[in-house]
Ligand binder design. Structure first.
Ligand code: KIV
Length: 296
């Protein structure tokens, strides 16, 4: 706890994340959705935390990210902001908060930055959203792109599956990454992209590529907190590695808790406060006198 409490450093910015690519430092990014997890992730030295709309699935139990609202991302971002001091925070812009018009995108991104206290926003799409990215960047909003499998288009794409499998689609993905770079995006997530395509994209843009299910050649990697630590057990994406199996441990501990309460072994003496012997004596005599009066 001491290490967590002592940590007071300036927050990283989009420029620092871009500099990591230039300096050949790989970027280990993670999602977080609340104060407690943000504290742990930040203390571990994770430079980039995404308040992702995956919260719809791993926190809310929805089937897709589509029902997540801007207010909900803001609510979670505020908690992550309170729990972290150093990591750069990216707030995900939910479905239909940036697609309708660049004006709406600007207004919603501004809310995410002002109310959610994030340092950047993430939107899905390539050349199609480049004009919106340009407007946002000009207005002072750092933007991270998202290409490959874009979960907000899950219904069109037919669920989570590898994208850019055909050479022409792979070339189009590189063109999209370059369009985002030209529009001023500071980074781009590549989700479920063949490794060779992710590598070629990474070599052709100066901004960091952050992979998820896209092989080892991106400038960094992003994973979902609940996948990495085994908290979300509905399914395990192939691209994740379980560093912990927290769900199993919590279930076993919860069973133990139920057993202890049932057997009256919890709470025990260590969890219990009581009156002093003297005060107990007075208390008991008061109780007895009251009982005597009530029965008289
Ligand atoms: O919402 C999210 O968590 C994401 C990551 C999977 C990149 O977009």
């Amino acid at each position: 706890m001491g290490e967590l409490a002592d940590m007071k450093t300036a927050r990283l910015t989009a420029r620092d994340i871009v500099a990591m690519k230039r300096d050949g430092k790989r970027i280990a990014a993670l999602t977080a959705y609340d104060y407690t997890s943000a504290r742990m992730v930040d203390a571990a030295g994770v430079p980039l935390i995404l308040i992702g709309d995956t919260l719809g699935m791993v926190v809310q139990g929805e089937d897709t990210t589509l029902p997540v609202t801007l207010d909900q991302v803001i609510y979670h971002a505020r908690m992550v902001s309170r729990g972290s001091q150093r990591a750069m925070l990216i707030g995900d812009m939910p479905f239909m908060t940036y697609q309708i018009s660049p004006e709406e995108a600007l207004r919603n991104a501004a809310r995410l930055m002002i109310e959610g206290k994030v340092g950047a926003v993430k939107i899905e799409g390539g050349a199609d959203v480049a004009p919106t990215v340009e407007r946002m960047v000009k207005a002072g909003i750092p933007v991270c792109g998202h290409l490959g499998f874009t979960p907000q288009s899950a219904h069109t794409l037919g669920g989570p599956r590898i994208q850019a499998r055909e050479p022409a689609a792979a070339m189009a993905l590189i063109a999209d990454a370059k369009a985002l770079e030209s529009a001023g995006a500071f980074a781009v997530v590549l989700e479920l992209v063949p490794a060779v395509v992710a590598e070629a994209t990474t070599r052709r843009v100066s901004i960091p590529t952050i992979g998820i299910g896209s092989g080892p050649h991106c400038d960094g990697e992003i994973q979902v907190f609940h996948d990495l630590f085994g908290l979300y057990t509905d399914f395990q994406p192939r691209h994740t590695r379980r560093y912990l199996n927290v769900a199993d441990q919590i279930s076993a501990a919860a069973r133990q808790y139920v057993d202890d309460v049932s057997a009256s072994t919890f709470p025990g003496p260590e969890q219990t406060r009581d009156l002093t012997a003297e005060a107990t004596e007075v208390f008991v005599s008061l109780l007895e006198r009251k009982l005597y009066r009530e029965s008289a």
